[in-house]
Design a protein around this ligand. Sequence first.
Ligand SMILES: NC(=O)C1=CN([C@@H]2O[C@H](COP(=O)(O)OP(=O)(O)OC[C@H]3O[C@@H](n4cnc5c(N)ncnc54)[C@H](OP(=O)(O)O)[C@@H]3O)[C@@H](O)[C@H]2O)C=CC1
Ligand SMILES: O=C(O)[C@@H]1CCC=N1
Length: 285
Amino acid sequence: MSERVAIIGAGKIGEALLAGLLASGKPTRDLAIVEHSAVRAAEIADEYKVLVTDLATAVEHARIVVVAVKPDGVDGVLAALGKLEDNNDVERVTVTLVAGIPAAKFENALPAGSPVIRVMSNMPLLVNEAMSVLSTGRYATAEQVQTVSALLATVGKVMVVPENLMDAVTAISGSGPAYVFLLAETMIDAGVALGLTRAQAAAMAKQTIRGAGVMLTDTGMTATDLRAAVTSPAGTTAAAITELERGGVRSAMYAATAAAAGRSAQLSRRPELEGSAGNDGGFRG
Ligand SMILES: NC(=O)C1=CN([C@@H]2O[C@H](COP(=O)(O)OP(=O)(O)OC[C@H]3O[C@@H](n4cnc5c(N)ncnc54)[C@H](OP(=O)(O)O)[C@@H]3O)[C@@H](O)[C@H]2O)C=CC1
Ligand SMILES: O=C(O)[C@@H]1CCC=N1
């Protein structure tokens, strides 16, 4: 893959994408970063030895322009992209990683017919284990979808869905790593409460979640069958699961993901709400 990629916004997800692409072998010369914050820009240039530059320079030869700013920053990016002279000799595809914002918003602001692909990826980009889910805008060609899919396949798994599923995707795989990290955090605290040192509990929780994750992806067994395999009749796991059910773990997950999907839908109508406390209680991923 030799296409030059410009990433606008080198925050948490922009950096994760950058780091993942570099780790997967993409040459530094094929990447360019645009970052608002001068401090952050200097950190990224220092850490990754990559070109951090202005929008016009970054976009000039880019085949793929990735927008990785918060929803309330999209208008600013689109205004700046709209002011650029389109003297590119290659056709450019805009990839938006922004939660909640429809591809049509980009298509309406960019020059007529501009190809746009909306992607919900997730933080494991950083370790080349992302789940990236694409939906195709009105003007993106099959070849462009293939190009972007191939790029994202270097940093994890890729799936294509209709855009009306993107709020659900955001709730499951976009925000999903945070649910697992919360579980890990809680298991570690609970282990300390049971008498383990924090280091012991952390090592056990991390390896247990890693091992369970590999079993989920690599054995071909369902989550239900795997859980049953661990649960001996009248054993310790059954005792634990009885308490998790009593605590409403399933209904909490349904409610949590419904809240995330609702928030994504809300952002599509009111991106300026991003950053304000909504039904997520103000906690941010
Ligand atoms: N974090 C995650 O796990 C995931 C995030 N996303 C999506 O990715 C997007 C970014 O999220 P995240 O990385 O967490 O947010 P961050 O706030 O960490 O990163 C956004 C970065 O973009 C910069 N920025 C804002 N406007 C511009 C601009 N016009 N030009 C250049 N840089 C700009 C910001 O600078 P400054 O702070 O100075 O404004 C900031 O450094 C969001 O839309 C989110 O929905 C999607 C999937 C997962
Ligand atoms: O919390 C958020 O809004 C972003 C989108 C998915 C993960 N983080």
